[in-house]
Design a protein. Structure first.
Lengths: 290, 341
């Protein structure tokens, strides 16, 4: 049983990691904690659901539409809501993302408030037997391998490419970066789009195994926070390790202790980590703009 | 002779100032008396439904007042008000339903439990700040909600529970009686909070908000100020929660979720940060809205979030900031105690 719990824990943890990664790259690039990232995640799932069911589009077209849509949503969010407030204190920016999250949630509740809808599976096929006790479902395999690819690409991007280094420089000293000719607002815009894109990708990946509903973002946001706190706020490897650890922890708690505790594992992790070791595992402790 | 003349002029001028102050004082007393009378006779013009809405407004006035202590005066981003609200409601409701306390005692229990939880939630605020505090308080609120749902043996589980019938001097409690009780509670809470905010402690909150290090260097006990502000916020919001339980006659976990957090935020931000009158204004204006929007799923969230976005863009100091800019004589009333803007 343990092996099976570990596998499903890693799979669900990969989704947490993806959501947390989206928030982390945005936090690193802009020092904004995005409270509406959960809603990007939810919109990603709805963006697939609506063309699929209402217009009868094929799956790949629906996914492409959803991802493109979320790139636009992320970019518009930065341009319309965040950029005009660039001199505002941290609280105002956080409030703005909170307000946007409730707005997006309200809009989707207006259309889909009374029903929860499943998405058809992304991949079909027989589960793969791993040894005697564990099975790997194709869906899990897809999630895990997609996350691995994203993590590797991001690592290469930030460590090796020119643009990745420019983005880090721009987040460390925005003024200095603009002085040497880096277009900081444009970069921030791109990072918002990229963050929303990653949130949507995670939403599309998990939607077939959960249900699509307006409140799916809120719970995911808390889990992403827990992953980030656990791994260390603002640390990319921290987000991945934290997400996967949280997924495994939830499954083990659910399997061995009580299934009702699964829902609060993330909350407990947040409270315990922030009280005892606020810098998390990887210790990139920044107070941020307070 | 000229000396005498000037002395005379000075004394008469002094007398004039005294007279003006005296007159202003009298005008203020008259205005206050008129307000009290208006509030006391208000129920005569209300039917059962509008009476219920007015009672709800009173409850949310208290919520906004208590929440404003943390977010407006202490300047900490904490999503804890829904948690305090729930604790107050559950503590009051359970002490009536389980222990059989009369409702005035239960209201006290609710307020005190709110204060205790407030103080406890204030402890992490000593270590973490900014968005970390926002996240941890969000987590605490959801943890508490989990407790309401899963600790069936104490809290009656996910369905909530109904309060036993309440009586005042042998008569069952009507909405009108509730109004007078709520009004009394609100008057006491508003009075005491205003006093606290004008005192040494209230000024310490503002100093901590503006610059923690500077405040500490001036000998302000920063940690004590933070815990006190959280506990006071818990007390007032817990009291509001207890009154909320009495108002509805039942308590259930879904009343204290994230939608409640948004509602508290919207009231405080739209009314105006760090303004007691602004909180009252925001609560009165926004409480009527959910009643109008009840029939459309999600429309409440859309309207409140749009209002919030507009306020963040155009009125960063909320309605009370707007009023203070246009009516200078209101400024002092709106921002008594601890506001630097």
């Amino acid at each position: 049983m343990l092996a099976q719990l570990l596998i499903s824990g890693i799979s669900v943890g990969c989704v947490y990691a993806l959501v947390a990664l989206g928030m982390t790259i945005l936090f690193r690039a802009t020092t904004i904690v995005n409270f509406c990232h959960g809603e990007f995640f939810m919109l990603g799932a709805f963006g697939v659901l609506v063309p699929l069911q209402l217009f009868g589009w094929p799956y790949p077209a629906a996914i492409a539409t959803s991802l493109a849509l979320l790139l636009l949503v992320g970019s518009m969010t930065e341009r319309v809501l965040i950029r005009p407030l660039k001199n505002a204190p941290f609280v105002t920016l956080a409030m703005m993302t909170v307000a946007l999250s409730f707005f997006l949630r309200g809009v989707s509740r207006f259309f889909y408030g009374r029903e929860v809808v499943p998405l058809p599976p992304l991949v079909t096929g027989d589960p793969i037997e791993l040894g005697k006790f564990a099975m790997l479902f194709p869906q899990d395999l897809l999630v895990i391998s997609f996350t691995a690819v994203v993590v590797v690409l991001l690592a290469i991007f930030f460590a090796k490419t020119q643009l990745g280094k420019v983005i880090q420089a721009a987040s460390q000293t925005p003024r200095g970066a603009s002085l040497v000719g880096i277009n900081v607002p444009l970069l921030r815009n791109v990072m918002w789009a990229a963050g929303a894109f990653m949130g949507a990708a995670a939403g599309i990946l998990i939607a077939p195994s959960t249900l699509v509903h307006p409140d799916m973002g809120g719970t995911m946001l808390i889990r992403a926070f827990a992953a980030m706190c656990l791994g260390g706020f603002g640390s990319l490897p921290g987000a991945v390790v934290g997400g996967i650890t949280l997924g495994i922890l939830e499954n083990i708690v659910g399997g061995y202790v009580s299934s009702s505790l699964v829902d609060i594992t993330a909350y407990l992790v947040i409270v315990i980590v922030l009280v005892l070791r606020p810098q998390g595992i990887f210790g990139e402790w920044r107070q941020g703009r307070a | 002779m000229p000396e005498m003349a000037t002395a005379h002029a000075a004394s008469s001028a002094g007398g004039g100032v005294l007279a003006i102050e005296h007159r202003q004082h009298r005008q203020r007393l008259i205005a206050l008396a008129l307000l009290v009378i208006a509030l006391l006779v208000l129920p005569l013009g209300l039917n059962n439904y509008t009476q219920f809405v007015v009672n709800t407004m009173l409850v949310y006035c208290l919520v906004a007042l208590g929440f404003n202590v943390i977010i407006g005066y202490l300047g900490q981003l904490a999503f804890a008000s829904a948690a305090f609200f729930g604790v107050g409601a559950y503590a009051a409701g359970l002490s009536m339903a389980r222990l059989g306390l009369p409702f005035p005692a239960a209201i006290l229990v609710g307020a005190v439990s709110g204060a205790i939880v407030g103080g406890l939630v204030g402890l992490p605020a000593l270590r973490v700040r900014g968005h970390y505090l926002a996240i941890i308080t969000l987590a605490v609120g959801e943890l508490l909600r989990w407790c309401y749902v899963h600790m069936d043996s104490i809290t009656y589980g996910p369905g909530g529970f109904t309060l036993p019938p309440m009586h005042v001097m042998g008569l069952p409690l009507t909405d009108r009686t509730k109004y007078y009780i709520f009004l009394l509670c609100a008057a006491i809470a508003i009075g005491m909070t205003s006093m606290l905010l004008r005192s040494r402690f209230g000024r310490a909150f503002a100093a901590v908000r503006n610059n923690e290090q500077a405040a500490a260097s001036l000998g302000i006990a920063v940690r004590r100020a933070k815990v006190l502000a959280f506990a006071w916020s818990g007390l007032i919001v817990g009291l509001a929660g207890a009154l909320f339980a009495v108002l509805n006659g039942r308590v259930s976990p879904e009343s204290f979720g994230l939608a409640q957090v948004l509602f508290h935020f919207a009231i405080v931000m739209i009314g105006g940060l760090a303004s007691v009158l602004g909180s009252i204004l925001g609560a009165v204006l926004l409480t009527g809205a959910p009643e109008l929007l009840r029939n459309f799923p999600g429309s409440e969230e859309v309207v409140f979030s749009l209002l919030l976005i507009l306020v963040l863009f155009f009125l960063p100091r909320g309605l009370s900031g707007l009023l203070a800019d246009h009516f200078p004589f209101l400024r002092e009333r709106l921002y008594r105690g601890g506001r630097d803007a």
